[in-house]
Write a protein that binds this ligand. Structure first.
Ligand SMILES: NC(=O)C1=CN([C@@H]2O[C@H](COP(=O)(O)OP(=O)(O)OC[C@H]3O[C@@H](n4cnc5c(N)ncnc54)[C@H](O)[C@@H]3O)[C@@H](O)[C@H]2O)C=CC1
Ligand SMILES: O=C(O)[C@H](O)CS(=O)(=O)O
Length: 483
């Protein structure tokens, strides 16, 4: 791996300001999903190392919470500037360990850094309240204080921005953090730790530990860890929530999705096709906010499928390092299996294959961008999160019918629709049971907006002024004897 700054390839964990190997010397291999080649190895740590990290983070919290907000903000801004200055190297690490095309990987790095830039300023906007005077000899006020030691477990699909989206509000609030990244994609988190160290973050304030499930168990069960932030599947999120219950931790859960993408008969079809392409095939469809069901009104159904097919034909599948590639590999064989399972189930139940439908001729983990027509609500692809480059098209006839379809899921993360009727835009946006709604757009995320879901898609928000509140506790103080 040829980085401009080779020291950003870290193969040890960052704990209490030091780079460490596992006590057992055990390691985990990191492979490039595009080629299968071994690109690095990181420590396979467990309970003992995690407990050491927790102790160090507890000590560091006591120091970091007493930094002035101006000093915390300055260090976050240093970190932001170092990330931007090294975005090509960080993008290359990301592309090699996760597979997304290099330009898309660099965009993720810049997107991830935008949260640090945002929270560097939000640190200065954490304020409390002076309350009404309860009695002539008393004064009352509210202050907001950092929660304390925080833990974060992150997924493989956005190995850079999922780290910064959790760590930056925590640090801005004055907390210390221990991050356990996905074992498939740890290099981005470790490189971010190196740059945080260079930015002047005190030892123990930000820690990155790689290894076994024991890490998650230890973090979830520790009474010192007061906040747990998890991004990943609903199944695992629920398990962690149960584990954290024994020590009554505050939770942020960014979980699974099943996004509806509705195209009404009054939509601008060309714009809707662009929106679907930008949304559905980003990261090879491996995002929790990808359209999982595409509903198209009967009147424009055939025209939409025709135009979407033409657009899908222009997508290039390949190694993310190659020029012009739009879709990289899926993360592993189980991901390929799930896409195939959803396609097979749909075809057996009457769907029609319009484009793709099988492993790409490149083999390995590459999969053809796929379109299925005549899909129905009863098919697996409409009920489960596919997490792959599969666009299932479902026909609908009325607004009432499609809203019922769209809301018929345990998930409630992102939703989208295209319409040029203003009254309909307000009606549909208010009727959709989701944390986020995109109207006439297929992309939602930015650092100024509250990202998160309802129902079984999670708890809490990341990004915006709302994101820092999840790392603060409210304290009420009453001053008596002032007569
Ligand atoms: N709501 C959101 O913002 C996002 C949600 N996701 C969801 O995550 C899933 C895909 O990502 P995956 O990494 O495969 O999800 P996953 O839930 O299997 O794993 C997520 C992370 O949790 C770890 N993990 C798994 N089981 C664990 C356990 N029992 N204890 C502690 N840690 C455990 C994994 O190693 C990984 O680091 C999809 O369902 C997707 O929708 C992914 C990214 C963002
Ligand atoms: O993991 C994900 O799906 C991300 O949260 C999507 S986004 O924030 O990059 O849009």
């Amino acid at each position: 791996m040829q980085l401009t700054d080779q020291s950003l390839l870290k193969q040890q964990c960052y704990i209490n300001g030091e780079w460490k190997t596992a006590l057992s010397q055990a390691t985990i291999t990191v492979n490039n999903p595009a080629t299968g080649e071994h690109i690095a190895q990181v420590p396979n740590m467990g309970r003992i190392e995690t407990e050491l990290a927790i102790k160090g983070a507890e000590k560091a919290f006591k120091q970091w919470k007493n930094f002035s907000v101006r000093d915390r903000s300055k260090i976050l801004k240093n970190w932001y500037q170092l990330i931007i200055a090294n975005k090509e190297d960080l993008g290359l690490l990301l592309c090699l360990e996760q597979g997304k095309p290099l330009p898309e990987a660099i965009r993720e790095v810049v997107h991830g850094a935008s949260y640090i830039e945002w929270y560097a300023e939000e640190a200065k906007r954490i304020s409390g309240d002076i309350l009404p005077i309860p009695a002539v000899d008393k004064r009352a006020f509210v202050t907001k204080e950092p929660i304390g030691v925080c833990a974060a477990i992150t997924p493989w699909n956005f190995p850079n921005s999922m780290i910064t989206r959790k760590v930056s509000p925590a640090l801005a609030a004055g907390c210390s953090v221990i991050v356990r990244p996905a074992s498939k994609t740890p290099l981005s988190a470790l490189a971010l730790a190196e740059l945080a160290h260079r930015a002047g973050l005190p030892d123990g304030v930000f820690n990155v530990i790689t290894g076994s499930r024991e890490i998650g168990d230890t973090l979830a069960e520790s009474p010192i860890v007061r906040k747990f932030s998890f991004t990943g599947s609903t199944e695992v999120g629920a398990k962690l929530m149960a584990q954290c219950a024994s020590t009554v931790k505050k939770m942020t859960l960014e979980l699974g999705g099943n996004a509806p993408f509705i195209i009404f008969d009054d939509a601008n079809i060309e714009e809707a096709v662009k929106g679907v392409i930008a949304n559905k095939y980003r990261n090879a469809g491996q995002t929790c906010v990808c359209a999982n069901r595409i509903y198209v009104h009967d009147k424009i159904y055939d025209e939409f499928i025709h135009q979407l097919s033409i657009a899908v034909d222009t997508l290039k599948v390949g190694n993310g390092l190659d020029e012009g590639v739009n879709i990289g590999p899926l993360i592993d064989q189980s991901a390929v299996h799930k896409v195939k399972e959803h396609i097979q189930d749909a075809l057996e139940k009457g769907a029609t294959l319009i484009r793709g439908g099988k492993t790409h001729s490149l083999g390995g983990l590459f999969f053809e961008p796929t379109i299925l027509a005549n899909v129905t609500q009863s098919m697996k692809v409409a009920r489960e999160e596919t997490f792959g480059p599969l666009a299932p098209i479902i026909r609908f006839y009325t607004e009432e019918e499609v809203i019922t379809y769209a809301n018929d899921t345990i998930f409630g993360l992102a939703s989208y629709f295209f319409s040029q009727d203003l009254a309909r835009i307000f009606r549909v946006s208010e009727a959709l049971e989701y944390g986020m709604v995109g109207a006439n757009t297929g992309t939602l995320s930015n650092e100024m907006a509250p990202f998160g879901g309802v129902k079984q898609s999670g708890i809490g928000r990341e990004g915006s002024k709302y994101g820092v509140a999840d790392y603060l506790e409210i304290k009420y103080t009453l001053l008596g004897g002032l007569s």
